[in-house]
Ligand binder design. Structure first.
Ligand code: ZN
Length: 268
């Protein structure tokens, strides 16, 4: 006979079995779930959007380019000539009318072309001799002053001229020797004036020194001038350099002269 004590025991047994069948997930089973979650995207399921996408790396800041040097304004030689307003490097002189003394004139002794204006030879309105004062044609900074100048020996001069004849041109190094003792003044914007064949320099003239228009910088001589030929006479060889070339480059002497008359219309 079933007592109701048996019923209670049976109830407990059923309850225990029921609890066993729906037990909490074990450690192994939870690992299994995690594995499924991780594997899911690889099985072709809907791509899981990354809830915390790493921020797209910003482009590294672009380095600010250093300012490129301001190019010298592109002007025609005529425009430059009108703008320069330089003074005469020999007070009271004018640009010579003799076209052999201006840029573009032939210099057969060195198979080259004249790149400046010669102040001398009784052609510039004033007497120019050894020791005549040379002044700055404009405000600027001295960038070259040959304080340790050495005159070419007759042997070196012969080699320079022989080389020029052979080449049919004068190298830049040889041309520099033929200009003798020099002072160069930088006026900015790529404009440099050169004063050549000097006898000596005025006191205090050295690279880095600022000079003003009309200031005494040197004295006329005939350094670097070959001993033979008509050029062997004290004079100032004066150049207006513009960038890599010179004012009047490529022009016939008469046209070049016009440019220099205009460019040197400033007052001392
Ligand atoms: Zn000259």
């Amino acid at each position: 006979m079933i007592s109701w004590r048996h019923v209670i025991w049976l109830g407990f047994l059923i309850l225990a079995l029921a609890l066993e069948s729906c037990s909490w997930p074990t450690e192994a089973s939870t690992n299994g779930f995690r594995q499924l979650e991780q594997d899911a995207p690889e099985r072709g399921s809907r791509p899981v959007r990354n809830p915390n996408p790493s921020p797209t790396p910003l482009p590294s800041p672009t380095a600010v380019p250093s300012p490129t040097p301001r190019p010298t304004p592109t002007l025609s030689p005529q425009a430059w000539a009108a703008r320069l307003r330089l003074a005469m490097p020999v007070v009271g002189a004018h640009v010579p009318e003799w076209l052999d003394l201006v840029p573009g004139a032939s210099r057969e002794y060195r198979s080259g072309v004249h790149e400046g204006v010669d102040f001398g030879f009784d052609a510039v309105g004033v007497t120019v001799r050894t020791g005549t004062r040379v002044v700055a044609a404009g405000d600027g900074v001295v960038v070259r002053a040959d304080s340790d100048y050495r005159e070419p020996s007759s042997k070196e001069m012969g080699e320079i001229l022989g080389r020029s004849q052979k080449l049919g041109n004068t190298t830049e190094a040889d041309l520099d020797r033929l200009r003798g003792r020099q002072v160069w003044i930088d006026h900015g914007e790529g404009v440099v004036t050169r004063y050549a064949h000097l006898n000596s320099m005025a006191p205090g003239i050295a690279p880095g020194v600022r000079v003003s228009r009309g200031q005494l910088i040197a004295y006329v001589g005939n350094s670097g001038v070959p001993a033979e030929g008509a050029g062997d006479e004290p004079h100032l060889h004066f150049e207006i350099r513009m960038g890599d070339g010179y004012l009047g480059q490529g022009f016939p002497p008469a046209k070049a002269r016009e440019l220099y008359v205009q460019a040197m219309s400033g007052r001392n």
